[in-house]
Design a protein around this ligand. Sequence first.
Ligand code: PRX
Length: 658
Amino acid sequence: MSSDQPTELKTHQPPAALVAAARVSGMAAYHALVAEAEADHEAYWGRLAREFVSWKTPFTQVLDSSQAPFFKWFADGTLNVSHNCLDRNIERGLGEKTALIFEADDGAVTKVSYRELLAKVCQFANALKARGVKKGDRVVIYMSMSVEGVAAMQACARIGAIHSVVFGGFSAQSVRDRVQDAGAVMVITADEQLRGGKQLPLKAIVDEAIALGGCETLKNLIVYQRTGGKINWHPERDRWLHEELAGQPSTCEPEWVEAEHPLFLLYTSGSTGKPKGVQHSTGGYLLHAALTTAWTFDLKPDDVFWCTADIGWVTGHSYITYGPLALGGTEIVFEGVPTYPAADRFWKTIEKHKVSIFYTAPTAIRSLIKAAEGNAAVHPKNSDLSSLRILGSVGEPINPAAWEWYHANVGGGRCPIVDTFWQTETGGHVITPLPGATPMVPGSCTLPFPGITAAIVDETGADVPNGSGGILVIKKPWPSMIRTIWGDPERFKKSYYPAELKGYYLAGDGAIRDKDTGYFTITGRIDDVLNVSGHRMGTMEIESALVSCTELVAEAAVVGRPDDTTGEAICAFVVLKRSRPTGEEAKQIATQLRNWVAKEIGPIAKPKDIRFGDNLPKTRSGKIMRRLLRSIAKGEAITQDTSTLENPAILDQLTQAN
Ligand code: PRX
């Protein structure tokens, strides 16, 4: 939590009119749902699964815990996600309703109805089948925000292929690692992406990834022509999407899959090793994506929903590709960046499309506050934001000052802010206010979503009293939980169900509950995972990237430090193979290393600070003392015990180094 947290926090009540019409109306309704789930966890989730999901074959068993922690939900039911998101809405009479409003980087708008989207997804699905992709095959999608990106995901779901979307900012090495780990048979990409008026490569990065070797499972590369920019072409492998789609029928019988069939893998960082492929199911995942879109965002037929996340992150999966479409909603798919053509792009886009529900990240809000403070012309007050009724925040803690600004200046003081806490692994919101029920306290994600048994415990799994911080866990399984780590079930067990925690799911965050209200506040990760601009990264991953620059680097340690805009910033302490550089030379080598990390992982992993030392602070047994590095990175005086340090003089050197 940021230092600007006032001691007395103001509580904001949800507006009466919103409460009256909300899907979950008032705290009594919230408590009734919590009580229903407490009384019979399985009956509660079973009821919702029947209400929110359309099944081809109804399930007869809700939860199978026989192989815990490999839980199975609705296991003998069959369904298809794309049928739920498309055909079902057309059957309900929503065929001509706008499903997607694509707002391109340059402001061009394309509207796609449910009928059109279904036709496109079916053609796409047929094209995948024509290239031999079948149920259970993995398909990597490396695309920017586009109708085609959403359609590619839905097309995989339609034929039972497992997609793994890789964020368009990741490097060739990262793409290669994911293709290899997933054993993907196909990559779907675009020639280039457009962001902030710039054309950035995508296909060229995939070419580079394949050239690195290790992608032997890959048979086809499908390329969506976005910019028409120049790219290299390998005729034996590369296919244009428009050519693949041409002539394909616009109907395609969905592949009815078991509820536990994997819908997707999404790679995310942990505290050790390479990013892990978080595996999600079909039935349970879809249920929670739909349910949270309904209750947390109170999505109604007339709403225009805008989640600004990228489809490369879990937020884009649950709240762009799946949740809103499962409910027959209308949503924006935004290609651009918040600062182009000016830092009022979000506000102008809300005005232009009369957005009623807006969901973004604290980092974006903080940078737009700065922009508006520096230039009154881009302040949200210059845009008509009266269409908004609900605001959301995701990905990192929102500091109370940013919350209040968002509430007053974007929400006009009338829109509740849902501060949604969740993770790639949880599939959807797990702790969040409900906009027509929960009184909000800035900086707190408030209370568990009904049916989610979030709690705070100590290292032995014992409950801690409210007011004392501890480890955030979820005591009972829930439908959209991670099923396993692709190819590494042991790592799944170790990471999320450590023996000492009594079978509780370990989130990896610390949290504290308020003494009086029981409200949760997330205090940050308790492992070596950083959150930079809402992007999750492992310190070990960045360290390995640095030390893989074997020409220069002997040793590296990476820690996070608080940053006003990005939440956390990456700070690297590096020992070079040569003598310690200073002045201009240090700056040059730091730039070289930043670019190296960008090449290894992606630009989002570039360390903000790089400090060079002759050594790193280590105990006599050779363990790097990261807590000291964290203090140095923060610019704090070192008050910790340093008596076990082998080389105390190094602290002064690292403190002075820049
Ligand atoms: O530390 C928590 C933080 O983001 C982590 C999950 O990151 P990722 O899997 O990339 O998913 C991000 C989008 C859901 C969490 O372990 N986090 C996420 N939302 C919040 C948050 N921290 C505080 N408040 C939140 N609302």
